[in-house]
Design a protein around this ligand. Structure first.
Ligand SMILES: [Zn+2]
Ligand SMILES: [Zn+2]
Length: 260
């Protein structure tokens, strides 16, 4: 088995801690062979808006340079990939595709946190409490997937972070997302970013079991993502092993690595 994780943040996003090298060292300790960095992308907001949860466009070059240096330094011990986690913001879509080329990024993952931008909408993980937000989430996932920019869809069930229960609307939205992902050959991420929190509090945010039942029924592929915001999240295999068991029991096809 090749142990890989493509969802790793850096302190540039203001809500992750540790140096870039700390993540590399923790990944080696945790038995990873491939580590993909996908910090929250910057965006060139026309209004000059400054987001508090992502790097500035001017920090992008330093991010890529730092990771390239680590990639060379740790060659043979860890295969480092360089990417970004991005929303789908229609007004800035061409900027995003140009950026991927300009910086020679290995991949982009689709983290549908806000739409049409974080200037105008609140975080789906905390504000999807009614049908209106649920359908907005669905709409932006479907539109974003259509661009073909992204390698996989991160935390597809993020909307269950606040929605009161998995009702018929959730089922419909989940099925539509799964069908489109399958049609486009886009894996869905089984995201472990909240795993420790959920275990400690007994809450169920995401991964949300009912969603994954639909993933199984629709025959989609999945990939595990740690969504590491602290280096130690790469050292423990507790949640990763639990995820392996859950997915295997359900019979969901899991990708070990991405074809990058
Ligand atoms: Zn984050
Ligand atoms: Zn995310």
């Amino acid at each position: 088995m090749t142990k890989a994780n493509y969802h790793t943040h850096t302190s540039r996003c203001h809500h992750a801690t540790g140096s870039d090298e700390d993540y590399v060292l923790s990944a080696i300790k945790g038995g990873y062979e491939i580590l993909g960095f996908s910090d929250h992308t910057p965006w060139p907001y026309a209004s000059g808006f400054v987001s508090r949860t992502r790097m500035l466009p001017s920090e992008l070059e330093g991010y890529v340079l730092s990771l390239r240096t680590l990639k060379e330094q740790y060659e043979g011990r860890l295969d480092i990939k360089i990417g970004l986690e991005c929303e789908y913001y229609p007004a800035m879509r061409s900027w995003l595709s140009e950026l991927k080329e300009a910086f020679g990024l290995d991949y982009l993952i689709f983290g549908n946190h806000h739409y049409p931008s974080d200037e105008e909408s609140t975080y789906f993980g905390m504000s999807t409490t009614d049908e209106h937000m649920l359908h907005l989430y669905e709409q932006s996932v479907l539109e974003g997937m259509e661009t073909g920019y992204y390698t996989y869809l991160a935390h597809p069930d993020l909307f269950m972070g606040a929605y009161p229960q998995f009702d018929k609307h959730c089922e419909e939205v989940s099925r539509n997302i799964c069908r489109e992902a399958k049609k486009r050959g886009l894996p869905l991420e089984y995201n472990l970013g909240c795993a420790a929190y959920c275990e400690a509090t007994g809450e169920t945010l995401f991964p949300y079991p009912d969603f994954w039942q639909i993933v199984k029924e629709e025959g989609c592929e999945t990939i595990i993502g740690i969504d590491a915001h602290q280096p130690y999240m790469l050292e423990t295999s507790r949640y990763y092993d639990k995820a392996l068991k859950f997915l295997e029991k359900l019979g969901i096809k899991r990708l070990e690595t991405l074809p990058l």
